[in-house]
Design a protein around this ligand. Sequence first.
Ligand code: IPM
Ligand code: MG
Length: 350
Amino acid sequence: MKKISVIPGDGIGPEVIKAAVKVLDKACPKEFEFVYVSMGGNAIDKFGVPLPDESLKTCKESDATLLGAVGGAKWDSQPPENRPEKGLLKLRSGLEVFANIRPAKIFAPLASACPLRKDIAEKGIDFVIVRELTGGIYFGKHEFLDNNNSARDVMQYSRDEIKRIALVAFNAAMSRRKILTSVDKANVLSTSRLWREVINDVAKDFLEVKINHLYVDNASMQLIKAPSDFDVIVTENMFGDILSDEASQIVGSIGMIPSASLGENNRGLYEPIHGSAPDIAGQDKANPIGTILAAAMMLRYSFKMHSEADKIENSVNQVLNEGFRTPDIYTEGTKLISGSKMRDEIISRL
Ligand code: IPM
Ligand code: MG
């Protein structure tokens, strides 16, 4: 049996994780052993730290990790080193998952949830953001100076860090429409100038891929203006964080988007891109689809179980086609249901 570390986390995390685990049990019976791991605010409450050593160890020893979401206002007063988010960052770097894949695709039945002009949405929106996940400003030194009168965060990238994420992105482009957009701020930042240089170097080995460079401000505009032009986007950690939230709105709801974080081996980390949404936790309103699709990505990337992943994605499509909607994707004329009902509808079509 393959061992999956499961991190329910905080807020709506446990609800959406429960849905994904049930889906996996139905789609791939007896395939997985689930080991529950503590991380985030609940780990601070129980153990005093957001990522206990034991939790990281369990994740490192398992075949893949599935995560709900962490954080919440309750832990806002924690010192920066001990915030729930810090646990997530430590997990990402501890597992060495430097490549974060965030697909943004309009599900046909949700076309009306796209807030863009109809003629723009109708051209089809299907792109993937490849976000560098274990470097850059997230992992540079963060400090307050001059008696708290100034502060700084260091953004640093090495050639090797850029090269390995570039390879993931070029390979992703090769398996798709072969268009790669690299997003940086090379008109201002040194890290971006190095980024561009390395991307252009790697491009020499992928002559079939058409490569564009965009400044991040322009990229955020083009994503709204002409989203169908994009196929694969590769960018550094913080730009990727921002652009992927923008992408989530283009395709309808942040509740719909899964992500896979991968390293040199198959031991990936899979999570929805949404947060812990404490405002709706425990009310059975959370859309479990992002996490269910993250589980499907796990089947694909870590276990090459493509037909089971197809089955899950098809059930999601079918349920949406039949008009079932959680509150975040509800529009007039569709059927409003709870998060657990959405989960059960998806399971019953597997
Ligand atoms: C994300 C989240 C995290 C990030 C936070 C919770 C630290 O926004 O996964 O996009 O910034 O990476
Ligand atoms: Mg984010």
